[in-house]
Design a protein around this ligand. Sequence first.
Ligand code: HSE
Length: 399
Amino acid sequence: MVKVAVLGYGTVGSGVVQIIDDNNALIKERIGDDIEVKYILDLRDFPGDKNEAKVVHDYNIILNDPEISIVCETMGGVKPAYQFSKDALEAGKSVCTSNKELVENYGPELIKTARANNCNYLFEASVGGGIPIIRPMNTSLVPENIQRIMGILNGTTNYILTKMAKEGADYADVLKEAQDLGYAERNPEADVEGHDAGRKIAILSSLMTGKTVKFADVHTEGITGIDTVDFEYAHACGKSIKLLATSEQTDAGYVAMVAPFMIGADHPLNGVNGVFNAVYVTGNMLGDVMFYGQGAGKLATASAVVSDVCECARNVGRTLPCVWSEEKLELADPSASVRKFFVRVKAEGENSVADVFKDAEKIRVKDGEFAFVTGEMSEADFKLKLESVNGVIKSIRLA
Ligand code: HSE
């Protein structure tokens, strides 16, 4: 019998308890052992809940119980989740988490602590919710030199952009609707400014390189500047606009960024809509592979946590390989990255565009302005050229 404690009985934590309960028999058949939730740690009481008797308020009860071999950290935030995780690992108890903030900030340290104590720190649910991506990076993709990762890693922004694309809806209206439906937080900054996706691509970049990529070093742009006219142009070009989190090897080094991109109809990420997420990985031998699924939500995210619990239960006394050292990776500046750019310009800028971007083909969807797509050039070249164009409204990168 494997006894588990769940820290935090919120959306994900209650999902973990539900999955271990509902799928108990099939999990037992697959891992050859019974899993039982013995404790649920929460500040609150849950009168009438069927797991009411398992609720405790003192973490030491869990820490000092030798029967508990796995702790699910579904609390979120750094305090007290960091200390609780560290204490559990030092006591030889594996930790399975959905907490991307903690993983991004303390992942390598906690992995090292787990290794020193013959247990595991697993974090499948921290990126892409229910999508299996962390374990494939550590197992199936081991022989690959991963050259690039492109991900739609935030459900809230993908929901907003999909609604804007399909219904011509306004950003502010869709954001409000997303908040009313519970997809977007009341304070949506972390999602709409790209910070949530930035933390997730920092984690994936760390696994891709084996070193530590800090979120603070990831160039991050959000979707607040995208409007309905941008989508009119995108439709006219047969493209869509997605918030992409990218990480790639370039001649200048690794470049990681989060930004809105225009993406062609033939790209697999173009079809990822609503709250769904996807991670598109390019390996030097495998080529392209895409992982797709629900990037958030109670049972999808909890399923990833329980999948980690099963891995821990199958590997008692053994630390699973995960190459993520504490050595910091200095990211290269995105200015050397080469791509095409979409540019919107006021009508009066027409002559200056012809002077600077000689072959630019104009796209017109409304009076008073036009747009064009550049040839391939570095971000630095593009920026320099754009300085000579009058009346620039905005530019969007092309994927
Ligand atoms: N706010 C996140 C999203 C939740 O919208 O994708 C999952 O990390």
